[in-house]
Design a protein around this ligand. Structure first.
Ligand code: H2U
Ligand code: ZN
Length: 351
């Protein structure tokens, strides 16, 4: 079986992540192995539009004791249990040369996407998703302007499978004194490419993907969502603007509207894939906010969903992944085809 010229649909190979420099092992031949234990869909969870016990619903009291306003669209508050604090000791606090440590400062906020407890971004109206885009921009603008914030990380944990504590649609923003691991690695690799090619790496990559077409999931006039060539998670996607955009506050009003449009279309496809509210962690990567120049950066969002073959079977990153490196069976091209063929009408609306 394994003989003949190289075929990416048949032969194990590794692919390099341009943004991190890491390799992922792809084992497409394993898709043929027998699969036992077809798992049924869990019963559809129906939530009320308002939950008196939810700490994110309008008018309710939070765990920290504060009360939410009766907000009608979005609502941002300081995390009652923040991972970062704005005024703790900073700088080198290493207790020895083999024990390196920095005091780290920052701010953590929670972003409620909607007053409706029963919705998710996938089921919200495009106009309401656009309000979330506006909040993301406002937060990066405000927090990034602080001299003690070098990076603003927007993210969403969705679904109990991802450790999300509450189904009420919400995300978070953490503003860090220093640039964290992932954006620091992406900065390095984008910078190296730019110095060599004089063009942003992800725009060159996007042009090649638009040519190849086989990993594109959905696109509109300003945005493209694709399964990256080096995807680790089965249905991982990368969302990119078509033009050079360094950070989310640089989006023009029509690009904010088209972002809401493509988010809706991507997330509906995700939900339709296994007819479930699709769990994921997503987040935005834009330039650091330390006042430096970042012409090599291209704004993008990552979606990392854990599901593999049904609403309940997730991919585990264990064994080889923990000890050696990430591995996948279904190819990124197969994953993109599966997502592409989904309807853009949400299965709950379809009846
Ligand atoms: P998840 O997005 O991972 O579910 O986290 C929700 C955040 O909400 C979490 O960081 C915060 C938690 O600290 N939170 C509050 O700030 N106030 C509350 O009343 C409960 C949860
Ligand atoms: Zn709620």
């Amino acid at each position: 079986m394994a003989r003949g010229p190289f075929d990416p649909r048949e032969h194990p190979h590794r692919r390099r992540n341009l943004l991190t420099g890491e390799w992922v092992l792809v084992s497409p031949q394993r898709m043929r192995r027998p699969w036992q234990g077809q798992v049924e869909r869990p019963p559809e969870e129906r939530r009320p539009a308002y939950d008196p016990d939810c700490y994110l619903c309008p008018g309710n009291q939070r765990a920290g004791g504060k009360r939410n306003p009766r907000y009608r669209h979005t609502f941002v508050f300081d995390n009652d249990f923040p991972a970062l604090l704005p005024d703790t000791p900073g700088g080198d606090v290493s207790p020895g040369s083999l024990f390196q440590a920095d005091g780290e400062t920052g701010l953590c906020r929670v972003i409620c996407f909607s007053p409706r407890h029963d919705l998710t971004l996938a089921e919200m109206a495009v106009a309401d998703i656009q309000r979330v885009v506006a909040v993301w921009i406002q937060q990066v603008t405000e927090l990034g302007a602080r001299s003690d914030v070098d990076y603003v990380q927007l993210f969403e944990n969705k679904g109990a499978m991802m450790g999300c504590s509450n189904p009420h649609p919400h995300g978070q923003v953490w503003a860090n004194r220093r640039v964290p691991n992932e954006p620091a690695r992406e900065d390095h690799h984008q910078r190296v490419h730019f110095q060599r090619a004089r063009s942003p790496m992800l725009l060159d990559y996007l042009a090649a993907e638009l040519e190849a077409r086989e990993r594109i999931v959905v696109a509109n006039e300003d945005w493209v969502a694709l399964v990256p060539y080096w995807a680790v998670w089965p249905f991982e996607t990368l969302l990119l603007p078509r033009r050079a955009v360094i950070q989310i506050p640089d989006l023009a009003p029509d690009e904010q509207a088209s972002l809401a449009d493509i988010l809706k279309r991507l997330l509906v496809r995700y939900d339709n894939l296994f007819q479930t509210s699709f769990p994921y962690s997503m987040g935005w990567h834009g330039q650091p906010t330390d006042g430096g120049r970042y012409p090599h950066w291209q704004l993008h969002a990552h979606f990392y969903p854990p599901l593999l073959r049904s609403a309940t079977v997730k991919k585990f990153m264990v064994g080889y992944e923990m000890l050696a490196g990430p591995q996948r069976d279904i190819t990124p091209e197969q994953a993109a085809a599966r997502l592409r063929e989904q309807s853009e009408i949400h299965y709950r609306q379809a009846g």
